[in-house]
Design a protein around this ligand. Structure first.
Ligand code: GCU
Length: 428
């Protein structure tokens, strides 16, 4: 059992919301924001097998990669239960229109469901593709969204999500359900026209369709199908990442999409998820982590901003049940997050931070990207080779992109432009 005494869902949801929406000053009052107080630390070696022998060639990388992957599954994100690895979801295209975005794009809604569970969870995937995809499949970005597919663009033809939602500050969610007022509410984070104009499709799915984001003792979402996770099996991040793989299974079949050119992207907790999805599934051509912070791109051992202990306390359902055993001894973790980034090698990866998002430790994300770079060097590729953290708004990196932009914890057009430029260079 993941949680011996799960609190009533409503209470658990309220507690977790208070933590999510608490002002940074109160939720982070005990957090360290002082470089001088970052403890001395030694990162677990990247290019060394667990038996101590060095990793020197690209041919040796898959074996080392597997070792690191297993350590992350065992100690942090959890293993995917066998049943979930095997399951094939039923695909239904529920809506398709060809005059989206002033006739520039097509829009399709696809539901992915469990064939043996007609009453079970349904994952709703929205796919928007440029018109030219009708002649030739296009590359795509796939990412989970926080508030329902209908929030990424105001077009009323996108189906309003009926799933459980976290309340929002603006009151667009009532009794945990989205209202019409929430249409387009997250559009600034999803510049659909920019993607379409640059020749990319966008596929997105509400993360709560996979597992609603509160600590309910793993009763709902896909856990209702696969059952209670064991100690080292997945938490919510693991199941959200699994859902991204299922969406990719579909995209591989969609004639509009080039399934070999799908980049996975995510912001914040969904940036952590995108990294773990890219680690689990090497079919993703490029991986983008935006402001993912602790448990994402940032080094845990720095204990700057959000710490392992803090994240496990605030969000006990995100990781597996072994991770909290490192709360007070992060130095004993057999992995650190530079190794998570390295699991993407030799594929391109983008790490985006924001200046005012110290909770996510931008410097820790930079150092992590840098410490991951030797994995790319094995393949004759360059990761992040600069010595110093770059100034704001000046991306660096060859096959690993790193940038810190001005502004707050968010996904902006600046971030997307960098990710699209990088995809143009490496994926298109
Ligand atoms: C909280 C949490 C972070 C997370 C963020 C988010 O701030 O502490 O770890 O990344 O929520 O997902 O918005």
């Amino acid at each position: 059992m993941k949680n011996c005494c799960p609190p009533a869902p409503a209470i658990a949801a309220t507690v977790s919301l208070l933590l999510v929406f608490a002002p940074p000053s109160s939720r982070a009052q005990d957090a360290n924001y002082d470089e001088a107080r970052v403890p001395e630390y030694v990162l677990p070696p990247l290019l060394q097998f667990e038996d101590g022998t060095p990793v020197k060639t690209a041919e040796q990388w898959p074996k080392r990669r597997q070792e690191i992957f297993e350590l992350f599954a065992e100690n942090v994100y959890g293993h995917v239960p066998e049943k979930a690895k095997e399951v094939k979801l039923k695909i239904d295209v529920t809506q398709a229109v060809t005059d989206f975005l002033d006739d520039k794009a097509s829009m399709k809604e696809v539901s992915l469901s469990f064939p043996d569970r007609p009453d079970g969870p349904v994952l709703h995937l929205l796919v928007i593709a440029p018109k030219k995809a009708m002649g030739e499949p296009v590359p795509a970005f796939l990412g989970l969204n926080f508030r329902g597919n209908h929030t990424i663009h105001p077009d009323p033809r996108i189906t309003l999500s009926e799933s459980w939602m976290r309340p929002d500050k603006e009151g667009r969610v009532v009794d945990h359900r989205a209202t019409e007022k929430s249409r387009g509410a997250s559009a600034s984070r999803w510049p659909v026209e920019m993607l379409i104009d640059r020749g990319y499709a966008l596929a997105t799915m509400y993360y709560g369709d996979i597992d609603p984001d509160f600590d309910d003792g793993f009763e709902n979402g896909i856990h209702s199908v696969f059952g209670q996770p064991k100690e080292t099996e997945w938490g919510s991040i693991g199941s959200w990442a699994w859902g991204l793989g299922k969406a990719l299974d579909y995209l591989e079949l969609d004639a509009l999409i080039d399934g070999t050119k799908v980049s996975v992207i995510g912001h914040s907790r969904l940036g952590k998820t995108a990294l773990w999805a890219g680690a689990m599934d090497e079919r993703f051509a490029m991986v983008v982590s935006n402001d993912s912070g602790c448990g994402g791109a940032a080094l845990s051992r720095r204990q700057f901003g959000e710490t392992v202990k803090r994240i496990n306390t605030s969000f006990p359902h995100w990781f597996n049940d072994r991770f909290p055993s490192y709360d007070d001894r992060v130095g004993d973790l057999p992995v650190d997050q530079h190794q998570l980034i390295a699991l993407m090698a030799p594929r391109p990866v983008c790490i985006g931070s924001a200046e005012d998002d110290q909770w996510a430790d931008p410097r820790g994300e930079f150092l992590s990207a840098k410490a991951a770079s030797p994995a790319w060097e094995l393949f004759g590729k360059e990761g992040v080779e600069v010595e110093e953290m770059p100034p704001v708004n000046q991306p660096v990196g060859e096959t690993i992109s790193y940038h810190i932009r001005t502004g707050k914890h968010d996904v902006t057009d600046f971030d997307w432009k960098r990710y699209l430029d990088f995809a143009d260079r490496h994926v298109k």
